[in-house]
Design a protein around this ligand. Structure first.
Ligand code: TYM
Length: 336
């Protein structure tokens, strides 16, 4: 079983990234051949500062390693170090429907937020994401719920490629693998604490409603204490009627690795205020060791570079093989 996922080095990693994605990456390392990538090329699709991008890349690498990613048990690398991703993006663009890209929610949201240039790369972002996964012929892609549309598109691209170029292909070249998204049952969509009908996000959310992986314990406590609930008093998981409370239940259930029902039962007689403090304490307890490890890892950029470089070398062997097959099937370049 091969597993692939990617994470952007933009913004600051928050509790949604941590619960929805990072914890899954760590758990899946032992269930297959896991490949994880920090997608710096995706981060260039919106306005950014080159020097800041590098800093954020190290921040993200150190957070993932601090959370438990182990370069001995997975392939961990930086997208920009493996040029096969960009070549495959171009090749796959020929089986990517313009109409599909035009329907992507993320493009509409992000394009709408730009004051100046809306880049062509923001539009073709999902094709690069498809290339990331298809280059490794991964079967499983652990992601949060907000990536569903992107996962559907990469499946369509793989299917269209296979139908168009690999169906009757003779020779050694293998078709692409159609991947599946892997979503956590609890925690695939963590919401903003201030606006619990919106997903937690450093770009679209509120500052007070976004808990950062590197927030001080005091800040985390304050954010949870101020979390929006409702005028009732019942601690019940009802997303439609009680989105704020439901989100807190979801966070606690994910951190404790238990069910909504178990959390509801535990807090059946509790008041909102006490419940919020309990959620804050559980999150602080979960994040403190990650923050401590981060503080050790982050300063040594040379060590982080060495890990990413070793990962890129391994990744490249796999991706180059797929790109060679795709070129052959598409009739690009000389006959091998
Ligand atoms: P990114 O960097 O925005 O987010 C990284 C991961 O965090 C998940 N996530 C959430 N999960 C639960 N609740 C939330 N509020 C929340 N916010 C974010 C995301 O779903 C994601 O899994 N396009 C991708 C990066 C990417 C990628 C890939 C992913 C590039 N290539 C190939 C998988 C495979 C993105 O922007 O993730």
């Amino acid at each position: 079983m091969r597993i692939f996922s990617g994470i952007q080095p933009t913004g600051r990693k928050h509790l949604g990234n941590f619960i929805g994605a990072i914890e899954q990456y760590v758990a899946l390392q032992d269930r297959g051949e896991a490949i994880y990538c920090i997608v710096d090329l995706h981060a260039t699709t919106v306005p950014y500062e080159p020097a800041v991008l590098r800093e954020r890349l190290y921040d993200t690498a150190a957070i993932l390693l601090a959370a438990g990613l182990d370069a001995e048990r997975c392939i961990f690398f930086r997208q920009g170090d493996v040029p096969e991703h960009t070549e495959l993006t171009w090749l796959l663009s020929s089986v990517t429907a313009f109409g599909d890209l035009n329907r992507m929610h993320q493009f509409k949201d992000k394009a709408g937020a730009q004051r100046d240039l809306v880049s062509a790369s923001l539009f073709t972002y999902p094709t690069l994401m498809a290339a990331d996964v298809l280059a490794y012929r991964a079967q499983q892609v652990p992601v949060g719920d907000d990536q569903r549309q992107h996962i559907e598109l990469m499946r369509d691209i793989a299917e269209r490629f296979n139908a168009r170029f690999a169906a009757e292909a003779a020779g050694a070249a293998a078709p692409l693998v159609v991947p599946e998204g892997v979503y956590r049952e609890v925690g695939a969509r963590i919401m903003d604490l201030q606006e619990p009908t919106k997903k937690m996000s450093t770009t679209g959310g509120t500052e007070q409603g976004t808990v950062l992986v590197l927030d001080e314990p005091k800040t985390i406590e304050k954010k949870f204490k101020r979390a929006v609930t409702d005028s009732g008093s019942e601690i019940r998981h009802d997303r439609a009627e009680k989105p704020g409370v439901a989100n807190l239940i979801e966070i606690l259930a994910a951190v404790r690795d238990t069910s909504f029902a178990a959390v509801e039962a535990d807090f059946a007689d509790a008041r909102y205020g006490d419940f919020k403090v309990a959620v804050a304490e559980a999150v602080i307890e979960r994040l403190t060791p990650v923050q401590e490890r981060y503080a050790e890892l982050r300063p040594d950029e040379a060590a982080l570079e060495a890990i990413l470089a070793a990962g890129a070398e391994k990744a490249r062997t796999i991706a180059a093989d797929t790109v060679a097959d795709v070129r052959q099937l598409m009739g690009v370049g000389p006959n091998p």
